[in-house]
Ligand binder design. Structure first.
Ligand code: KIV
Ligand code: ZN
Length: 397
């Protein structure tokens, strides 16, 4: 089996669907270009039936993106399909992504349809999409809460009708990693024509398991992961692109997979999204959070300054950050303080360093983080005159 994992980015569709993350057309075009630079295989550009704006945006994205596949989402209804087909008409690599729910709870309360009706709509939709484009993805919404036998039946039928990717969404983020792994394994082993399609996964993060579930799926045969920058998406979000990709990169010793992502574009992509939406990520967010490469504890700072491998499993440079961050706070030690002061241009004798250290710990008790300008003020006060970088405290005071 091929070990390449396709990265399907749905920041502009599932991500944009979440409250507070809507983007206008120029913003989406800018982000689409950045996603292409990041190296994603597929950009899900939008849901063209949702609005005229969405339709126009998908169409424009199709015109400017050359390397990545551009996907348009649609339900299995005729109007949706027609709109999606038209929206990707200019794309160099168009994909139609059609979906319908398959769980009994959705069939009964949302669709009010029987399994036979759902299967028939799915096949008709795939046939229609296939009559326009080669690349067709079918998603069984709420797959993780669907009867696996029905999933086998519907996926077999849509592959027969021409689907080249079958997606198994954990729509409500309900699955546990081993349970989801079992489902993917069952589908992989029991869909007779599965060799004609790629298994895709689309995990939501309601229990904080979206990334774990996606990785378990890969271990059991999935070869496409649907994810978003900064993990944005409906409710608690989707699997985070940066976490999925860096887990694969960092643990190559255990997971022998490749992606086409240029990891150095991860941080710039995250920053662009935050800047566009006005919503940053939490400081402790893996990979792209403000603290992801920051060290405050003295023991950690000492280790990292001697050799980053002591406390960093990946380099900040590998995700597009210029360097790690030594934060001076109440847990910092003299070693880190000394390095920080040297960075600022102050080379202190031991005795002076001890005096500064006492002042810094006092300030850190009040302030949590001691900024560079605080250090400069402490040095200046201790010498009664402001100091400029590169002056030695001991000799210049
Ligand atoms: O969560 C979901 O099931 C979806 C589908 C449309 C793929 O977003
Ligand atoms: Zn979703």
């Amino acid at each position: 089996m091929d070990n390449h994992i396709k990265i399907f980015d749905t920041t502009l569709r599932d991500g944009e669907q979440s409250p507070g993350y809507s983007m206008n057309k120029p913003e989406k075009l800018r982000l689409a270009l950045q996603l292409e630079k990041l190296g994603v295989d597929v950009i899900e550009a939008g849901f063209p039936i949702a609005s005229d704006g969405d339709y126009e945006t998908v169409k424009e994205i199709g015109k400017i993106i050359k390397k990545s596949t551009v996907a348009a989402l649609c339900r299995t209804r005729d109007v949706d399909l027609e709109r999606a087909v038209a929206a990707v008409q200019h794309a160099a690599k168009p994909r139609i992504h059609t979906f319908i729910a398959t769980s009994d709870i959705h069939l009964k309360y949302k669709l009010q349809q029987t399994r036979e009706q759902v299967l028939e709509s799915a096949v008709r939709a795939v046939e229609y999409a296939k009559s326009h484009y080669d690349d067709v993805e079918f998603s069984a919404e709420d797959a993780s809460r669907s009867d696996p036998d029905f999933l086998i039946e519907i996926f077999t039928a849509v592959i027969e009708a021409g689907a080249t990717t079958i997606n198994v969404p954990d729509t409500v983020g309900y699955a546990l990693p081993w349970e989801y792994a079992d489902l993917i394994k069952t589908l992989n082993e029991n869909i007779p024509n599965i060799h004609k399609a790629v298994i895709s996964v689309h995990c939501h993060n309601d229990l904080g398991l979206a990334v774990a579930n996606s990785l378990m799926a890969v271990q059991n045969g999935a070869r496409q992961i649907e994810c978003t920058v900064n993990g944005i998406g409906e409710r608690a979000g989707n699997a985070s692109l940066e976490e999925v990709v860096m887990a694969i990169e960092t643990r190559k010793n255990i997971m022998n997979y490749t992606t086409s992502i240029n990891t150095k574009e991860i941080f710039p992509s995250s920053q662009m999204l935050s800047q566009i939406t006005g919503k940053g990520v939490q400081p402790n967010k893996a990979i792209v959070g403000e603290n992801a490469f920051a060290h405050e504890a003295g023991i950690h700072q000492h280790g990292v300054l001697k050799n980053p491998l002591t406390y960093e499993i990946m380099t900040p440079e590998s995700v597009g950050l210029t360097c790690n961050k030594i934060v001076i706070g109440k847990h910092s030690g003299r070693f880190a303080l000394c390095k920080k002061l040297e960075e600022l241009g102050y080379f202190l004798e031991k005795e002076d360093l001890n005096r500064v250290y006492v002042k810094v710990t006092q300030l850190a008790d009040e302030k949590k983080v001691v900024e560079d300008h605080d250090l400069v003020s402490i040095l200046a006060l201790m010498n009664n005159t402001p100091k400029k970088p590169s002056q030695k405290l001991a000799s210049g005071g």
